[in-house]
Design a protein around this ligand. Structure first.
Ligand SMILES: [Fe+2]
Ligand SMILES: [Fe+2]
Length: 374
């Protein structure tokens, strides 16, 4: 029953650049993208809240709401200055004295690197915004499909959270940055997969555990790296919600997975792997290279071999791997997912904190309240 890489991700070698780039967004000019889904929508007549961890999470969500309008939007952002400061402080891809000969960047000087940094920031924030809309739709779907009342209650709070996240990223892009990008093809394919899967728990695994797990890690990374105070604060609030969302996924699936047999668990492992590969592919930011007018294949080839790429990719998975372990997905069956995550070079995070435990420590609204009380 071994499923091959071809069947799962459409290529036998995970780093096959041509196959990765063959996935592109064909209708990037259209304003609407509709998909037909076949979901079973469930009423429940059992109103008793029997799941204590979900009830606690719901209570927390109700008292941790915030208003996007209260962020310090008056802060002016000089995007070029911010990008230059970030590039000076961090060395990803661009390193002083690095040998670029034979790469598309051989002739690049400070001006081109700065232009790239600006595009890259527009692209990154645009993908965050699109991903947040994915979360909004997926969570609305969970309200309908999950059979438990406590999960429906909690998910309804997440719908509000996600609307707010789309709102803040859109507003930041429109008022502080210099242009939008359409959704990345790999991210789009992943969101479509998650939304069309008719099994309610797959929405959770794809969205709450994989996409939001990655979002939480990459928001944290950006927050740490940036010198810009508004985005720092914006991300602090978004992360405080995201940590709850990931915890919601882990706590719900932990219960449900106990009922599944070996074959069903294997399908979840494969789904997690597929999602991981798509998310890794999206971070190659092929659309930015296109816009910068360099040969995309050569650029991606360079990115893949950049000395700090393993650290960057690994960081993206620092929440996903421990959460998959907590769910028993890493070692179920013959440990298939452990092997796959080892191949992707991300297994080293397996014993980091899982999010079902750490969400309390990231709660921005409670932190503010405690600070105000001192
Ligand atoms: Fe979100
Ligand atoms: Fe979220």
């Amino acid at each position: 029953m071994a499923t091959t890489n071809e069947e799962l991700i459409g290529r036998s070698q995970v780093d096959d650049i041509e196959a990765i780039l063959a996935v592109s967004n064909g209708d990037s000019d259209s304003k609407q993208h509709s998909i037909v889904t076949e979901q079973e929508v469930s009423f429940t007549w059992d109103y008793e809240q029997t799941r204590e961890p979900l009830r606690k999470l719901y209570e927390k969500a109700k008292t941790s709401q915030w208003n996007a309008n209260d962020l310090p939007w008056h802060i002016e952002v000089d995007q070029e200055a911010v990008v230059a400061a970030n590039q000076a402080a961090n060395s990803y891809l661009y390193q002083e004295g690095m040998d670029m000969s034979g790469t598309p960047f051989a002739k690049w000087g400070d001006k081109e690197w700065l232009a790239f940094g600006v595009e890259s920031q527009n692209w990154t924030l645009s993908q965050f915004m699109h991903g947040e809309q994915g979360a909004l739709l997926c969570t609305a779907q969970i309200v309908e499909t999950v059979p438990w009342i406590d999960a429906k209650y909690y998910a309804s709070t997440q719908v509000v959270d996600e609307a707010r996240h789309v709102e803040v990223f859109a507003r930041y892009l429109d008022t502080k940055l210099s242009g939008h990008y359409p959704i990345n093809a790999h991210l789009k394919a992943l969101l479509d997969d998650i939304i069309t899967d008719s099994r309610w728990d797959m929405t959770y695994l794809g969205m709450q555990v994989m996409v939001e797990g990655l979002a939480l890690a990459s928001f944290g990374f950006m927050r740490q790296m940036t010198t810009e105070p508004l985005i720092k604060e914006l991300l602090r609030y978004v992360m405080s919600d995201e940590a709850r969302h990931v915890a919601f996924g882990v706590l719900s699936l932990q219960e449900y997975y106990k009922e599944l047999d070996g074959k069903e668990i294997r399908e979840r492992q494969e789904f997690a792997y597929e999602a991981a590969v798509r998310m890794r592919d999206r971070f190659l930011q092929q659309e930015v290279w296109e816009r910068m007018g360099v040969n995309v294949k050569d650029a991606v080839n360079f990115v893949m071999q950049a000395p700090d790429r393993p650290i960057f990719t690994g960081m993206l998975f620092s929440k996903i791997v421990p959460n998959c372990k907590k769910l028993g997905l890493l070692d179920a069956g013959d440990g298939w997912l452990r092997e796959k995550f080892t191949e992707l070079g991300v297994i080293q995070f397996e014993d980091w904190a899982d999010t079902s435990e750490e969400y309390g420590s990231l709660d921005a609204v409670t932190q503010d309240r405690e600070e105000a009380a001192v």
